[in-house]
Design a protein around this ligand. Structure first.
Ligand SMILES: C[S@@+](CC[C@H](N)C(=O)[O-])C[C@H]1O[C@@H](n2cnc3c(N)ncnc32)[C@H](O)[C@@H]1O
Length: 460
């Protein structure tokens, strides 16, 4: 096969116009069809780029200057946007972000799914896309005789001290600052990663948006916490809505934040929050959606697409803590949820009880194993909802769906590329994708979430 010669070399300076944005927010320019990826460049912009790395089929460049600036470009409001890396799209207007997310889904439908006619609707965004996150997990270090708490600088483990994060609930920012100063006052040593010494590793705050309840989690290397009694008293005094103070002990040399052992130091083991009418108990280790306001928007859409009358049997595959299952159970005859993580299923069962929901059953296991078993046992769903991780649905699960033939499939996805791949398989098996609705769950980041409705075609 003829070897293609890249049209650019390292250290070349070239003038380009950007055509697209990648899934991670880099601008894409093309030289004779050869793509060059450049950070901080937007579609429609032109400028001079220095080529910094050339690979077989693509190159990376650094933007040296702009000759045209996109109308969608804005000044990022966060002072540490460039160092942090937690957000990737703050330099794009919110309208521009929503349009980028819609185009990204549309693009993969065409390129990967070969489904150019599937309607991809405009992204449903937030009225106020700031301060939406209900969970903060902030690493702590010792510096200049005190404590710093903030975020890891991009591609490093250096902590940048920070007193606010514009996508965090204000309450979480406040908790982190107050707890940091209390720990500093009592000389609690911060964890030192290389030496694996010290005590406090992370300060974590969880906030119930609808209840205002706050949980403070102190993640420590050792189960011993010096001046524990005073620290607890001061946190209770300083954080009026605190309902739970928890110590999580993580003894391991690891990047995973939480360890195995959790002790309640004060108050309750759980805080509570509602999504719609459904109440959720949230422990230090529970998975819970980080943007509950948009979760409601997403799940309302899923419910609309499921179009339940009260007579249906529904399967919720990859059900996590049963958030969607409990939403659906209010409108269905019976819901079966399956999830691989046993603790999540315990939470799902607890949450069903908490809401007096007795028509939802949950099972631990792989969706691609459990659902075929259910089918063998005679369980046949009228509607199947799937909400898989980024890698999409397992092929065995898709095959079972095609055998079981539910009238509707509702596909909640956090990975547009695998969504497109799976929709194609379902379409070839007799389903029609009615529409795809992107929902912005994570403003200012490149994450794209969407929900799709598929119906079984009549002759199947
Ligand atoms: C995107 S999350 C779904 C969250 C869920 N809908 C909720 O609201 O809690 C995907 C879930 O799939 C689970 N998972 C991953 N692989 C799985 C598999 N093969 N079978 C079942 N669940 C799986 C993960 O543990 C995770 O909870």
């Amino acid at each position: 096969m003829e070897k293609l010669t890249p049209p650019v070399e390292k250290n070349d300076y070239i003038d380009v116009t950007f055509e697209d944005l990648t899934h991670d927010g880099s601008g894409v320019a093309k030289v004779n069809g050869f793509p060059i990826f450049v950070q901080n460049a937007l579609p429609g912009e032109s400028g001079q780029v220095k080529v910094i790395k050339v690979k077989k089929g693509y190159a990376f460049g650094k933007l040296m200057n702009h000759s045209t600036v996109s109308e969608a470009r804005v000044e990022p409001p966060c002072p540490v946007y460039k160092q942090c890396g937690g957000c990737q799209l703050q330099h794009v207007s919110y309208e521009g972000q929503l349009s980028f997310k819609q185009k990204q889904v549309q693009g993969v439908m065409e390129r990967i799914g070969h489904l150019p006619n599937v309607p991809v609707l405009p992204t449903m965004g937030m009225t106020d896309p700031w301060r939406y996150r209900n969970k903060a997990q902030v690493p702590v270090a010792n510096r200049d005789g005190g404590l710093v708490a903030g975020f890891y600088q991009q591609r490093s483990h250096d902590i940048i001290d920070m007193d606010m994060c514009l996508i965090q609930q204000q309450e979480n920012d406040d908790v982190v600052q107050v707890v940091k100063s209390i720990l500093e006052k009592y000389n609690v040593p911060a964890y030192h990663e290389q030496k694996h010494k010290g005590t406090i590793r992370h300060i974590m705050a969880r906030y119930g948006l609808t209840t205002g309840e706050i949980m403070v989690v102190l993640v420590t290397r050792t189960s011993e916490l010096p001046n524990k009694k005073h620290i607890i008293e001061e946190i209770v005094k300083a954080v009026p809505n605190v309902k739970s103070i928890v110590q999580n002990v993580n003894t391991k040399r690891t990047n995973v934040i939480l360890g195995d052992q959790t002790n309640v130091l004060w108050g309750e083991e759980y805080i509570y929050d509602y999504i719609g009418d459904v109440k959720f108990a949230i422990s230090a280790k529970s998975f819970y959606q980080v943007n509950p306001e948009q979760t409601k928007v997403l799940y309302d859409k899923a419910l609309e697409y499921a179009d339940l009358t009260g007579e249906e049997t529904v399967i919720d595959a990859y059900c996590g803590i049963g958030t969607i299952s409990l939403f659906l159970a209010q409108k269905a005859k019976k819901v079966y949820g399956v999830e691989i993580v046993p603790e999540a299923i315990e939470d799902a069962k607890r949450n069903a009880k908490l809401n007096n929901i007795d028509n939802a059953e949950f099972e631990v296991g792989e969706a691609e194993v459990v659902i075929p078993n259910w089918y063998k046992q005679g369980i046949k769903a009228d509607v199947i909802v799937v909400d898989p991780p980024r890698k999409g649905c397992d092929e065995a699960l898709l095959k079972t769906i095609l055998k079981m033939k539910p009238k509707k499939v509702v596909y909640v996805s956090c990975g547009p590329a695998t969504l497109a791949r799976d929709l194609k398989i379902l379409e070839e098996g007799g389903y029609q994708t009615v529409e795809v609705q992107p929902v912005d769950m994570f403003p200012h980041t490149t994450h794209v979430e969407s929900v799709s409705q598929l119906i079984l075609k009549e002759d199947n």
